[in-house]
Design a binder for this molecule. Structure first.
Ligand code: AMP
Length: 217
């Protein structure tokens, strides 16, 4: 299974990425974590990107694309599955990522979109700030990251809808329930992936199915 996630900060990419990785036994590639590791180790790359992370701005595309290409090559040696968290953040990255996927025979089967309201996201990120002390979890930087998401990241959702690989999930519900809904959807996609070409698929929107999923839990 090859999954990429498109989600605003605070929607649960990291948590749900870990759930997906454990369920399908695939590597969880989180660009934010990889960048933060470089910053913590103060590598040359880490020193170059630190101010972007601190200010909630995007790191230049070439840097993250290099990191992801390396991570994909490692994932390929482990069987080729992955869940990618934090990339793509804009349409140029989405196109470049597709090209890397084509080169390595690893294009995504599913683009998982986690949808949530800004007020809830700010609340969650401020709660996380109290626990994790991330440099970019202060309210002004949070607002900036959300604005950036709406402006440059969210438009790629439509691109994946056109490609026929989009699954949208409502991330406002409790985290365990969101996780179950994601795994149910991905398991259903697994058979589609093998038998139905992308061009023949429709985007799947599970955000209206709250009651059905709720009662099934
Ligand atoms: P995240 O952990 O996904 O919220 O990412 C934290 C920060 O890392 C972002 O605010 C950006 O500064 C940087 N970052 C992570 N992924 C990317 C990416 N794909 N492109 C550019 N910057 C990124």
């Amino acid at each position: 299974m090859r999954v990429l996630m498109v989600a605003p900060p605070g929607a649960g990419k990291g948590t749900q990425g870990a759930v997906i990785a454990a369920h399908f036994d695939i590597p969880h590639i989180a660009t934010g974590d990889l960048l933060r590791e470089h910053v913590a180790r103060q590598t040359e790359l880490g020193r170059a990107v630190q101010h972007h992370l601190d200010r909630g701005e995007l790191v230049p595309d070439e840097i993250v694309l290099d990191i992801v290409r390396d991570a994909f090559e490692q994932a390929r040696r482990r069987g080729g599955g992955y869940v990618l968290d934090g990339m793509p953040r804009n349409l140029a990255q989405a196109r470049a990522l597709y090209q890397i996927g084509l080169d390595l025979g690893m294009t995504a089967n599913v683009a998982l979109h986690l949808r949530a309201d800004d007020d809830e996201l700010v609340r969650r990120l401020l709660a996380r700030a109290a626990l994790e002390h991330r440099a970019d979890d202060t309210e002004p930087v949070i607002r900036k990251r959300l604005a950036l998401y709406h402006e440059v990241t969210h438009p790629i959702v439509a691109w994946y809808a056109e490609r026929g690989i989009l699954v949208t999930v409502d991330a406002m519900r409790p985290v365990e329930r969101v996780g179950r809904q994601i795994l149910t959807a991905l398991e259903a996609m697994r058979s589609l992936v093998d038998h139905v070409p992308e061009s023949a698929r429709r985007p799947i929107d599970l955000t209206g199915l709250g009651a059905a999923f709720g009662s099934a839990d």
